[in-house]
Design a protein around this ligand. Structure first.
Ligand code: ATP
Length: 299
């Protein structure tokens, strides 16, 4: 039986290697499967990168109409602009079309009519890979690779030095936690490794995005509530990553967007109210009602 131990052990590690590869592949496919509907232009425009020292981007939606299926229009003419370095928040009931807006910004789909603009050009004029390299997202739920926590952060910019990875982790407020792990940055995470909490995973995503240094940032706030302490740490980390960066926040908790330059309140594919937090409270409409509901803990 002992003679079998070696080969079996070997087979076991081959198996787990294949499994890791499959999980990574699955993740990659889930990121790209939506690309089928859009095509790169024959003569793509170049898009500047922050790493090359360019200024924050300007993002605009101009009378955008869109639906996933021909018989059902989801966005009925959406217009807004995020000025370079500014922060715009989108709030509204479930199914209103908030995430659809971020999917159109990434050009996972093309609009039916109207334009999604980055740096003054329709996103159709850029190569998809270039567009997605210019936009960073901190998603609701981060997928971790079956690899070290260091690799999971470095993935934001392959080729980053260990010092750059550590700097990003510090800014994302995850470095101290990593130092408590048995193997530090080499600790295996993901399906087969250490399971991270929602808040820890989100900070890994923030560190990844800090390394990526995108010109446009999309924050898709988690619906599930984090405990107050974690929430505070995450908010501080998000502030660091969104500073002086064109930011679009899909928000569920109004307390996190009080400082936004503009808040769009969406209802059924339309912007029903817009303004700053103070303006919207004064207007005593939908937003003011949502604010009152959240303040009393109902929202
Ligand atoms: P939530 O706050 O619940 O995340 P949301 O405002 O982000 O909601 P969207 O995800 O943008 O809403 O969805 C808007 C509408 O589009 C919904 O009615 C939804 O059912 C529909 N929808 C979303 N994704 C698809 C899809 N892939 N195919 C068909 N319909 C979709």
């Amino acid at each position: 039986l002992l003679q079998l131990y070696g080969p079996l052990n070997f087979l076991g590690s081959v198996y787990s290697g294949i499994r890791t590869a499959l999980v990574d592949l699955e993740h990659m496919l889930s990121l790209t499967e939506e690309d089928v509907e859009v095509a790169d232009p024959a003569a793509p425009l170049p898009i500047a990168t922050r790493l090359a020292g360019s200024a924050p981007a300007r993002v605009a939606f101009e009378d955008v109409h869109f639906g996933y299926r021909p018989e059902r229009e989801i966005l009925h003419g959406i217009s807004f602009a995020v000025q370079p370095g500014h922060k715009v928040a989108i709030v509204g009931s479930t199914g209103a079309g908030k995430s659809t807006i971020s999917r159109l910004l990434f050009r996972f789909y093309d609009t039916w009519s109207g334009s999604v603009m980055v740096d003054g050009h329709d996103v159709r004029h850029y190569r998809q890979a270039d567009l997605r390299a210019a936009i960073g997202v901190v998603p609701q739920d981060t997928v971790l690779f079956n690899d070290s926590i260091g690799y999971n952060i470095a993935y934001g910019r392959l080729g980053a030095t260990p010092a750059q990875v550590e700097e990003a982790a510090r800014l994302a407020q995850i470095h101290d936690f990593i130092m408590t792990l048995p193997e530090g940055y080499e600790t295996q995470v993901g399906e087969r490794g250490l399971k991270l909490s929602g808040g820890e995973k989100q900070r890994v995503a923030i560190a990844r995005t800090i390394l990526k240094d995108p010109r446009v940032l999309v924050l898709d706030e988690a619906t599930s509530a984090l405990d107050t302490h974690t929430e505070k740490e995450i908010q501080a980390a998000l502030k660091t990553v969104s500073a002086n960066r064109t930011t679009l926040v899909i928000a569920h908790r109004l307390s996190t967007i009080v400082d936004a330059d503009e808040i769009l309140v969406m209802g059924r594919g339309l912007v029903v109210e817009r303004g700053t937090h103070a303006q919207l409270l004064a207007a005593q409409g939908h937003y003011a009602a949502m604010w009152a509901a959240q303040a009393t803990g109902e929202g």
